[in-house]
Design a protein around this ligand. Sequence first.
Ligand SMILES: C[S@@+](CC[C@H](N)C(=O)[O-])C[C@H]1O[C@@H](n2cnc3c(N)ncnc32)[C@H](O)[C@@H]1O
Length: 420
Amino acid sequence: MQKTVCELFAGVGGFRLGLQHSSPQWETVWFSQWEPGRKKQWAHDCYVKHWGDIDERTGQDIASVDKTAIPDHTLLVGGFPCQNYSVAASKSSKGIEGEKGALWWSIRDTLIAKRPPFVLLENVDRLLKSPASQRGRDFGVMLTCFAQLGYSVEWRVVNAADYGAAQRRRRIFIFACNNRTRHGAAMGLCTAEDLLLQDGFFAHAFPCTIDGSLRTERIPFHDLSNVDPLTLLTTGDEDGNNDLLDISRQFAFPFENSGFMMNGIIHTCSTVPVHEPPTPLRQIAVQDADQRYYISDESMGKWVYLKGAKRIDRVSKSGHAYVFSEGPIAFPDPLDRPSRTMLTSESSLNRSTHVIADPVTGRLRLLTPVEAERLQGFDDEWTNTGMPEKFRYFCMGNALVVPMIERMGTVLNKIIEAEP
Ligand SMILES: C[S@@+](CC[C@H](N)C(=O)[O-])C[C@H]1O[C@@H](n2cnc3c(N)ncnc32)[C@H](O)[C@@H]1O
């Protein structure tokens, strides 16, 4: 099996970089990156400056791309936006329709069209609990899609700081393997506990212990793994098959931070990481930050206000009066521990922007773009490809912690090398 990969929602290439760090054999056969509503596509430009382009479709809305034209690949990866995955019955046909604009359906269409042996996805951890009105439904819809297409799935919520990173960033990773792979067959022979603690994909990449009891649930699903992929793409699901519709209407389940699904049976439990020493923020700080990153005397009051505790009288749209309150957050951010999660608004005048005491001068300043890159484990100046600084922070806020992908890449390499 070749180490070929297709990277959807590629951003500035965190998956590609992490996989390359795990083995130079990884070859990206196609990628997709398009920022909705923007004329200038900074992330796509950055990606292409590092690795070159593949064809004119890599910079288009993935929803509009014909998935059958994507080159074959062993691994499909992507960090996709968390959206509403509910489905409804289509008026015109017997099939189902996914919530318009939800990019999950582009991933599913790619699975249908290409049937890659392995899949690795990243998302925010609230995916497990969304929507608030029917907790677990959206993840249930995703698992059902995978089950129908003949995949087994493992998931784990990982806080990068627990595994050595300089940032507390909690994300769900989802690993799926086609049941016809050797790895898929081997998974089927494991007990649930063994899979979660020692034999599974995440057990290897992110050692953990079990905390609490295992819960099990069956998803009723119709196996579509033997249906001709082209038929599935053009006509939707088979006649009378409304598994996804039923799940979307009724399914709710308390997914824990770890679990797996095989043949429609879900096993989930809470796990705790076997901690590795985290990297303190001080360690990624540059020694020569430019003056423009320093907080001016004039703006200091605004920062103190934003970071401080407050109680504000407000009136909701419906006219209901309430008190908005929030506690203080550390100001400046401590240098002796990993940072908070970096957001796309990093460096703007915002409560969530990091402010540190410069380790050399002791004066308060923002993180530099290079520090933002280091927090995500990218090479220094990775996004210094012509985009305004605001977008360098934006791209880093969107990205992932590259060394986490490298760890998973190392496990994947072994799995793929063991396949015939
Ligand atoms: C969470 S970010 C992933 C970042 C990436 N993992 C990285 O390391 O930089 C999601 C990306 O999907 C892109 N995106 C959103 N909608 C898209 C669409 N319809 N087609 C293609 N890309 C899209 C966004 O521009 C964003 O860069």
